[in-house]
Design a protein around this ligand. Structure first.
Ligand SMILES: [Ca+2]
Ligand SMILES: [Ca+2]
Length: 96
């Protein structure tokens, strides 16, 4: 594990990848995307993190504990529009 993983925002890929079988990030994404537009707005992204935490993601739990949602969002929001698309989550996962 890289040292940078210790930085909360950089640890986001673990929310997607290093989870148990019952923790489905796609399901969580759809559950968090309450308006169904395929993009997580800031409030929806917080819900997504909370769902990941409830699914047992240690990283998501840390983000929730420290209320570091904004930091986490900024790390994965490549185009800077303040929202997170599925493509951005996948891109972040691949680049880390
Ligand atoms: Ca949405
Ligand atoms: Ca974005």
């Amino acid at each position: 594990m890289r040292g940078s993983i210790l930085i909360l925002g950089l640890a986001l890929p673990l929310m997607l990848a290093a989870t148990t079988a019952n923790a489905d990030p796609v399901r969580d994404f759809k559950a968090a995307d309450t308006d169904g537009n395929g993009i997580l707005e800031a409030s929806e992204f917080r819900r997504f993190v909370d769902l990941r935490a409830e699914d047992g993601s240690a990283v998501a739990k840390k983000v929730r504990t420290f209320r570091a949602y904004g930091i986490a969002l900024s790390r994965v929001d490549y185009d800077g529009d303040g929202r997170v698309s599925g493509a951005e989550l996948i891109r972040y996962d691949r680049n880390s």
